[in-house]
Design a protein around this ligand. Structure first.
Ligand SMILES: O=C(O)CCCC[C@@H]1SC[C@@H]2NC(=O)N[C@@H]21
Length: 247
């Protein structure tokens, strides 16, 4: 563990698990504080919208499980905290700020391809929601096969020639996450929102946002004070809380 490891945060490293988010849900009731769960291999990694997340050995798969205080709308804003922390950690390990960009709602891109994804899940149900699991996957060594219509997946190795181990990456990510978590808790969403927009891909450009029911094309104007996507369409501005974005 590095000297910069955040105080009061536990760390568990597992050789293999079904999904670190599933493990977070299992262990959350017994935790006395926040914890990073890192798996060297996942057999049933989960992606957004019920998709699988393929996770060959050498890639990064971890979940930060915590009991975030604050209003419920702030809880979901951890996806932006995680995206900023991921981007900062990637810049630190590569010493290359250029090429990284943030794609709404919570992907990190490198050279225009998808390098990392984030999956937030609540632990518990209804009034019994007790913990939040922030699952993070990074293609450190291997990029999965491309899917129709989706962004080209890339790996850190393929784009930079650098190989970083999951343990090394967690040592850099955990303090970066603690930094942005501190910003959110201390100052609210405003600095997180601004930093996220400063690093956003395709700001001011045409994008397509597909919700479960509709598809909207327009100019990407940023995110609002809740983190929802703001799109200027031919019919006026739309605020979209959940969608998949296509460039
Ligand atoms: O669809 C996405 O882009 C989100 C992918 C999130 C994958 C990570 S890997 C660690 C954690 N455990 C899981 O089962 N999923 C997340």
């Amino acid at each position: 563990m590095s000297n910069n490891w955040p105080e009061g945060v536990a760390r568990r490293v597992l050789p293999e698990i079904d999904s670190t988010n599933a493990e977070a849900a299992r262990i959350a009731p017994g935790l006395s504080g926040p914890c990073w769960i890192l798996a060297l291999r996942q057999t049933q990694g989960r992606g957004r919208r019920g998709r699988d997340w393929r996770d060959p050995a050498g890639n990064f798969a971890a979940t930060y499980v915590s009991r975030p205080g604050g209003p419920p709308e702030q809880v979901a804003q951890r996806s932006f905290v995680a995206a900023l922390a991921l981007r900062d950690a990637l810049v630190t390990v590569t010493a290359r700020p250029e090429g990284f960009a943030l794609k709404w709602p919570n992907d990190v891109l490198l050279n225009g391809g998808k390098l990392a994804g984030i999956l937030l899940e609540s632990v518990g149900q209804g009034a019994q929601v007790s913990h939040l699991a922030v699952g993070i996957g990074v293609n450190l060594l291997h990029a999965p096969a491309a899917e129709d219509g989706a962004l080209r997946p890339v790996s850190l190795l393929s784009e930079t020639g650098m190989s970083v181990t999951p343990e090394e990456f967690l040592d850099v990510l955990a303090p970066a996450f603690a930094h942005w978590e501190g910003q959110l808790v201390t100052y609210g969403f405003a600095p997180v929102r601004q930093a996220w927009m400063n690093g956003a891909a395709r700001l001011g450009e045409r994008i397509i946002a597909r919700t479960v029911l509709d598809s909207h094309e327009g100019t990407f104007e940023g995110i609002d004070a809740t983190g929802a996507l703001m799109l200027r369409t031919a019919q006026g501005r739309r605020t979209i809380p959940a969608a998949d974005v296509f460039f």
